[in-house]
Design a protein around this ligand. Structure first.
Ligand SMILES: [Zn+2]
Ligand SMILES: [Zn+2]
Length: 219
């Protein structure tokens, strides 16, 4: 069997019962590749999991000033190995790579009572790429989710500043006819400023969601 990322052979001495896990293991990565991904340490912002501080980070303080609360968790640092992974996955459209981090998405099932809602991508991106990288992760993890949000393609995000982005000009909209659950766990791939998630939070809160938290693979 070969590593899904570097394609080098992974040597495995399987016990009998492990043969049953083979279909799962064929999507594994080797130890060398695994070591290139850095997990966020204990030393992280308690609100957004930014690495390197136990205090509330400046980014979260900026959100608080705007009256916005952050309730986020992440697993990995967005380092160069992760950037390369996402470049192959998203931009080269390597759909098979959705399996690599499936266990981390599967673990989100622990959030009992929360409806899992992926951040949508635009119709244009979907056509270019052929898949939504976030729902593909969730599919690989065989975890149920609901598409409550759609991209509002008439609003150009890059033209808006932080305040404008919060104040109504939302790049997301609700999918028509959906019922908004009380508790929502938003799923994204990479958390950078949190702006994307906060737009999704706002639209869901306005629609009646009571408790919203979020998860991304990287921060
Ligand atoms: Zn490898
Ligand atoms: Zn923070």
């Amino acid at each position: 069997m070969n590593c899904i990322l570097c394609h080098r052979q992974i040597s495995l001495q399987l016990k009998f019962y492990e043969l049953f896990l083979l279909s799962y293991q064929k999507n594994q990565i080797c130890d060398t590749c695994q070591k290139n991904f850095y997990k966020i340490s204990e030393n992280h912002c308690p609100l957004c999991w930014k690495e390197g501080t136990n205090d509330i980070c400046q980014n979260c303080k900026d959100w608080e000033k705007l009256g916005v609360s952050v309730n986020h968790q992440a697993i990995f640092q967005y380092n160069s190995a992760m950037k390369e992974f996402f470049s192959n996955y998203k931009f080269m459209g390597d759909y098979h790579l959705r399996h690599v981090f499936a266990p981390y998405f599967r673990a989100q099932k622990q959030n009992k009572g929360f409806t899992i809602v992926p951040i949508p991508i635009s119709e244009k991106r979907l056509q270019e790429r052929g898949f939504n990288q976030i729902t593909a992760f969730l599919d690989a993890a065989a975890i149920p989710f609901q598409n409550l949000l759609a991209k509002n393609d008439t609003v150009k995000q890059s033209s808006l500043n932080r305040e404008e982005r919060l104040a109504g000009k939302n790049t997301f909209k609700l999918v028509e006819g959906v019922i908004i659950p009380q508790k929502v766990l938003l799923i994204d791939d990479i958390y950078t400023t949190g702006a994307t998630l906060q737009r999704a939070v706002k639209i869901l809160k306005d629609a009646g969601a009571q408790e919203i938290k979020s998860f991304s693979l990287c921060r």
